[in-house]
Write a protein that binds this ligand. Structure first.
Ligand SMILES: [Fe+2]
Length: 411
């Protein structure tokens, strides 16, 4: 679709979506009230409002309380997933991989290929287009990560009338990048956004079904953890837009990092997307626009239209090497503008991508890129690692890793 076609589509879909409600302005106001309450709770909270659980507890402890919190907040910290010493070693390995292979020289030559974040105010982040290092592979394919992802996937309602939308216990691996942020960096944050679709959230048929309760005055019944239709969304073709269904996005901390260390920020409201969706239907938004969202880019959350929601944006608490953070695909997130700490703030991105048709289709394409050492299909084709020393190859992989990468069948 060209720009004019996209704008026409936005105009016609807005008319349709408004008709789902008896009064779309009142529907928005109801949702706005809910968000106001949630923002007040976040602001008044003395302790961190982001739910936390120890890795050793996820298999044993009674989990009703923690699960209710995750359902409400759309995010969770799972601590001590990996042995701290091992993670420090992996971080050193990753440093070596970057430096010995002259990543910085390569990167200068390829600036501009990654256009995904170009519209977010802060510009290009200190996120590296590296996918196949030993450190990333070990974290992604570990037994610990498998346990964590099963737990996360099982938080969703995935079973409808006997049909499984996905299999929560068979996990695929989505190769993603690395954040390696140097102390003092003050230019390379990420402004608030959501991945997994921007204007698609209004225009795509599957997304319309996912969000139907929100548009049709039934916001109270909207359950962000219903998996139905989540595997059927079709995204605009664009480099660096995720074409998988992730139950949670997430990362593993490689270094100690707290607020002001250039770390992650979240708006911990699982239903926050309902505000973004209904806000775009109001009359002060140009009819051919969706509050600044653009096809093929991250969904932008901005002061002009979303100032109330943005009041709920908080930095996550201090993370130690081996801790992990997870957030729902509808949850707004950002990376702090300034890194005022003294140490590198490094993370490996690992999302939870359970076995389903959408994900296996992607993983098959990704496995070809893995074998060639190229950037995965969802990312800009920078292909830094083709000739890198220390890149992981099939011979380095466990049987579980081969299944997770779609190199051998799960069955
Ligand atoms: Fe993101």
């Amino acid at each position: 679709m060209n720009l004019i076609e996209i704008q026409n589509r936005i105009i016609s879909e807005k008319i349709r979506l408004r008709k789902k409600s008896k009064n779309f302005v009142n529907n928005f106001k109801k949702i706005e009230k809910y968000i106001q309450k949630e923002v007040a709770i976040i602001k008044e909270s003395k302790d961190s409002i982001i739910p936390e659980i120890e890795f050793e507890d996820i298999s044993f402890k009674d989990q009703t309380i923690i699960k209710d919190k995750v359902f409400k907040r759309g995010c969770v910290i799972i601590r001590n997933v990996f042995d701290k010493k091992k993670v420090i070693e992996l971080n050193e390995d990753l440093d070596k991989y970057v430096l010995e292979n002259n990543y910085f020289e390569d990167q200068k030559k390829k600036i501009g290929i990654d256009k995904y974040f170009s519209d977010l105010k802060s510009g290009k982040p200190q996120i590296f287009g590296l996918y196949w290092s030993k450190a990333q592979s070990e974290i992604r394919h570990s037994k610990e990560m498998e346990t964590v992802k099963k737990w996360l996937n099982n938080l969703w309602n995935y079973n409808y009338k006997g049909k499984h939308v996905f299999d929560p216990n068979r996990e695929l691996v989505y190769a993603d990048r690395v954040r390696r942020r140097e102390p003092g960096d003050d230019t390379l944050g990420l402004s608030p956004h959501c991945d997994a679709g921007s204007i698609e959230r209004w225009t795509d048929k599957a997304y319309q079904k996912i969000y139907n309760d929100i548009f049709s005055d039934n916001f109270e019944n909207f359950n962000p953890y219903d998996a139905r239709y989540r595997d059927e969304t079709i995204e605009f073709e664009s480099p660096a837009v995720a074409h998988v269904f992730r139950t949670f996005q997430g990362w593993t901390a490689l270094t100690e990092q707290g607020p002001n260390d250039g770390t992650l920020q979240l708006i911990p409201i699982a239903k926050g997307m309902s505000y973004v969706l209904t806000r775009a239907l109001l009359d002060d938004v140009p009819e051919n626009e969706l509050c600044g969202s653009k096809a093929g880019k991250a969904l932008s959350i901005n002061e002009k239209y979303h100032s109330l929601l943005l009041e709920g944006l908080i930095s996550i608490p201090k993370m130690n090497p081996g801790d992990t953070i997870w957030w729902h695909p509808d949850v707004v997130h950002a990376v702090e503008e300034k890194h005022q700490g003294k140490n590198y703030s490094n993370v490996i991105y690992v999302g939870a991508t359970p076995y389903c048709k959408k994900n296996i289709d992607y993983i098959k394409k990704q496995s070809k890129k893995f074998i060639e050492g190229k950037s995965p299909p969802d990312f800009a084709p920078e292909d830094y690692e083709v000739n890198y020393k220390g890149r992981v190859t099939t011979n380095d992989l466990s049987e579980l890793a081969k299944k997770q990468l779609g190199l051998v069948d799960w069955n």
